[in-house]
Ligand binder design. Structure first.
Ligand SMILES: [Zn+2]
Length: 87
């Protein structure tokens, strides 16, 4: 699932555990160039970090790392339902 998009954007789907480990507790929180959406898996996915199974309906996080916020192109709706923007 991790993919480099056309411009300066890399996207990931992470499980809640990796989200907490990588974002909440770490220095990534300090960088401004990340877009985070929380939602429920619309299909069967695998965490891009730890490879945990994220079955339909599981909570997961869509992470976009961007060179600038204007590079963010919405992709999350294809993968997650009930999206909420975290930041
Ligand atoms: Zn994970």
């Amino acid at each position: 699932m991790a993919k480099a998009m056309g411009k300066g954007m890399v996207r990931y789907i992470w499980c809640p555990r990796c989200y907490r480990k990588l974002i909440v507790n770490k220095e990534l929180k300090e960088t401004g160039l990340i877009v985070i959406m929380q939602g429920l898996a619309a299909g069967d996915f695998v965490c891009d970090y730890c490879a945990a199974i994220l079955a339909v309906g599981y909570s997961c996080y869509a992470i976009s790392m961007v060179d600038s916020l204007s590079d963010h192109e919405s992709w999350e709706k294809e993968y997650l339902t009930q999206l909420e923007k975290v930041r």
